[in-house]
Ligand binder design. Sequence first.
Ligand SMILES: Nc1ncnc2c1ncn2[C@@H]1O[C@H](COP(=O)(O)OP(=O)(O)OP(=O)(O)O)[C@@H](O)[C@H]1O
Ligand SMILES: Nc1ncnc2c1ncn2[C@H]1C[C@H](O)[C@@H](COP(=O)(O)O)O1
Ligand SMILES: [Mg+2]
Length: 210
Amino acid sequence: MAPTVERKKIDLAPLKAANVPIFFIVGGPGSGKGTQCDKIVAKYGLTHLSSGDLLRDEVKSGSPRGAQLTAIMESGALVPLEVVLDLVKEAMLIAIEKGSKGFLIDGYPREVAQGQQFESEIQEAKLVLFFDVAEETLVKRLLGRAETSGRADDNIDTIKKRLHTFVTSTAPVVDYYESKGKLVRINAEGTVDDIFGVVVANLDKVTSKI
Ligand SMILES: Nc1ncnc2c1ncn2[C@@H]1O[C@H](COP(=O)(O)OP(=O)(O)OP(=O)(O)O)[C@@H](O)[C@H]1O
Ligand SMILES: Nc1ncnc2c1ncn2[C@H]1C[C@H](O)[C@@H](COP(=O)(O)O)O1
Ligand SMILES: [Mg+2]
């Protein structure tokens, strides 16, 4: 049986009242989500929240919630929806207090239900950027990153499982937002700067008011 997850009541009123734009950033493991988000932050001043980073911080904090997460992440599976959404909500509220003018939610949603729950409880995403990269390239990039990242999931066994999770759980997210007309599919096989050029062309269409 799955362990019970402790949940706190989170008051989302300040976040909803701020009504700032929210962008979901989706792509396979190693597709360059974090790399592109760093560049988007530098140009547009949006707040970057990576669900993976929030989970890793929770593990490092030594909290009871964190203790349940290590095994899941090292197995390449997805962490339960409620755990991730609570962490994202808490981080968004802190950022809103500091005057955030919008969010890049990186690595979220990983399954359609995550997107639906986020959007029903918080707010609709303005756009979903999907970084489209072939599996062979993802593996090469992740094995390259493994040399310096220190990430417990940057090893070939976990990479294979994460790729499987992407195909089975996250690929439907791409179809879901495409059918809603919110998906921006970006071929992310090129250089970091070329990809960023395409990102900018798409964000400039919707961020004139930021
Ligand atoms: N366009 C690119 N060409 C070559 N290497 C890249 C490119 N974009 C990112 N990388 C490299 O690939 C690796 C993975 O990139 P990054 O960490 O941004 O991916 P990610 O999508 O955030 O991965 P994860 O889902 O595992 O967090 C890093 O070592 C990064 O430097
Ligand atoms: N949105 C998420 N839902 C469930 N599990 C998640 C989510 N974001 C990250 N995770 C878990 C599972 C991933 O393999 C690891 C690492 O995430 P990453 O975005 O690759 O840093 O964390
Ligand atoms: Mg990342």
